[in-house]
Ligand binder design. Structure first.
Ligand code: KG4
Ligand code: ZN
Length: 346
């Protein structure tokens, strides 16, 4: 069956349409196989604030309402028609299953309509692969710190993936979760990271001392104790004083998260001998994290903020290094909630 795509210039760049619905952002992007971003559409749902966190079924229902328009918008902004797409890519995990299923079903439907190949991408591979996007791609080898709402890990990146060697990861909460939970304790909305960062800008990071787990050896992270320390500190201060000193509490708490990330990252650079560092995930959008990482002495790559938080351009970037499944082999493709299927733990 001949499609329009069979008649286009074979010399033109391959075009990837990617879809990302891991959590509460509905995203679609068009990226060339050279890593040029033609469009990157992100629709943040903004409806989870009142619940203090993401409610999976509500996220899923909103993805369903938004995904059609988000994909159309991504194609229109890139000035690409669906039949001219060469590969459809979609995040298949880890994440909220009900949310992932919307993206996967949409991607399968779009790909199948024109018998296009489809690539299932791991969300964490996507965060790492944000570094490979143009116009100035950061090439392996490097150390990658991914700090998001669901994950915090250090990986040795020696090629474009999809497999990476995990050097350390969180034993409990993720760094983004620590921001979100701390923000909630300080009466801020969800997502807490950006709100806490704004409040911290007016505070003194030395005002209070919070644990960074410095004495815990190795490269694993732990943030659960930090959140509890903030809870006790707020209680000890009493409501009025805690409220008066909210900015100091936010700044000191943020400092502890940043230090906790920096201590392990510095150790990993030393242990591996790697001299180049890339950071990604939503927490890498934080200004204090960015400036602290730039002081570690490694050559630092920080993607623009919209490529740190969840987006589909990073999924397209990763898809360039994942084998696409030809039609109709992907119709039974499943999603997964947890587990590093792609990342190789050591
Ligand atoms: O990567 P991401 O968008 O989604 C996940 O894969 O989880 O990360 C979201 C997390 C949330 O916990 C959010 O509070 C945090 O990243 N975050 C930030 C900032 N922007 C987003 N944390 C600290 N400072 C920020 N500016
Ligand atoms: Zn993410």
């Amino acid at each position: 069956m001949a499609h329009d795509r069979d008649r286009v210039d074979p010399e033109r760049l391959r075009v990837i349409l990617a879809i990302e619905t891991t959590c509460d952002d509905t995203c679609a992007a068009v990226v060339t196989d050279q890593g040029e971003i033609r469009s990157n559409v992100i629709s943040s749902q903004g409806v989870h604030d009142r619940y203090g966190g993401v409610v999976p079924e509500i996220a899923s229902r909103h993805h369903l309402e938004l995904i059609g328009d988000v994909v159309d918008d991504a194609l229109a902004r890139a000035d690409v028609a669906l039949p001219a797409v060469d590969l459809v890519a979609v995040t298949i995990g880890p994440g909220l299953v009900a949310a992932l299923l919307v993206g996967a079903a949409t991607a399968k439907g779009l790909a199948a309509a024109y018998e296009l190949p489809l690539a299932g991408v791991d969300h964490l591979h996507g965060h790492v692969a944000a570094a490979f996007l143009g116009p100035d791609p950061f090439e392996p080898p490097f150390l990658s710190l991914i700090a998001s709402g669901g994950h915090t890990l250090l990986a040795r990146v020696t090629d474009h993936g999809p497999g990476y060697e995990v050097l350390g990861q969180t034993l409990d909460d993720a760094a983004g979760e620590a921001f979100d939970k701390g923000a909630r304790l300080l009466g801020l909305g969800y997502p807490g990271g950006p709100a806490l960062e704004r409040l911290a800008a007016d505070g003194d990071p030395d005002a209070f001392s919070f644990p960074t787990g410095q004495r815990m050896g190795g490269l694993d992270f732990s943030f659960a104790g930090l959140k509890t320390a903030l809870l006790y500190r707020v209680r000890d201060l009493g409501e009025a004083e805690a409220s008066r000193r909210r900015a100091d509490l936010a700044a000191s708490y943020q400092r502890a998260i940043v230090e906790s990330l920096a201590i392990r990252t510095e150790r990993a650079l030393r242990d591996t001998g790697l001299e180049r560092l890339s950071i990604g995930g939503g927490v890498a959008a934080n200004g204090a994290v960015r400036s602290r990482m730039s002081a570690l002495g490694a050559e630092l790559h920080v993607p623009p903020r919209e490529l740190c938080t969840d987006n589909a351009a990073m999924i397209a970037s990763a898809a360039r290094f994942v084998e696409g499944v030809p039609y109709p082999g992907y119709l039974g493709l499943d999603v997964y909630a947890t587990g590093e299927r792609i990342l190789v733990a050591t």
